[in-house]
Design a protein around this ligand. Sequence first.
Ligand code: SIN
Ligand code: FE
Length: 294
Amino acid sequence: MEINLIEELPFDHWNPAVDAAVQSSVTTALERGRVLYLPRLGFQVRPEEQRFLAADWSDGKSKNIYLRGAERRLRGAHGNPDDLRGLREMLERFGQQARQLVEALFPHYRAHLEFGNTSFRPCEIEGRSSSYRKDDTRLHADAFPSNPTGGARLLRVFCNVNPFGKPRVWRVGEPFPDMAAKFLPKVRRQWPGEAALLNALGITKRRRSEYDHLMNELHDRVKADLDYQRDVPQQRVEFPPGATWIVFSDQVLHAVLSGALMLEQTWMLPVDGLLDRDTAPLKVLERLTGRALV
Ligand code: SIN
Ligand code: FE
């Protein structure tokens, strides 16, 4: 079945002037699980930074090069101190521009956003092998086993910086509530004491709420179900170089099929910061299970 989740926006500047009516309509579209697509907004890679647009800056251990949350130390890269300083500068500039964009489009979120990782994803996706849980070529809503959010949203800005004309190819799938209604009956409940144990062992960075447990289960079960992957209503989207797109990645079912060299910025947003809290996965799962999950 065909779906269309793309909401195209004309902005070509990282700090656009956006009037209040547009701010409210783009915020609503985002919260309803649409992909905000800005085909005319590219990230300016400086001449001296062009050399960073290659896979060989990765340290080979982690798939991405990134600055972690508030800490901002460069991780996942190798090179001499000058190179690493230059890479860090490029990621930092992207993060700041992405922040301007998000604050211009969604002023309602401003006071609530928690700045997260800035990542650079240099490696080609196609042909990369991994376990099914880590296989992002399968549709999924983001949930990170070691990083419980307690219900907070994951807001992400992506920008394709491929210098060879190669698009980033995604699939996006049916609305979160439809997926959740199908898979919730199949998930296992948390064992008594499980969250405390994972936390004590340092497997989770904070205590995993029942919400986080369910999000992890949904993530894994959706990826494991190949019939669902094939048959679910979905849309293939190509994001060309020089384009930016924005999603709530804990809500929008997404998969990346191919592409290399992309920048990405993440924020956490508490449910109370949303215009419409009922659209949050937390509220959807609480309605479906009939109980409080955090
Ligand atoms: C993902 O969040 O699943 C991967 C998206 C991408 O790298 O394009
Ligand atoms: Fe993902």
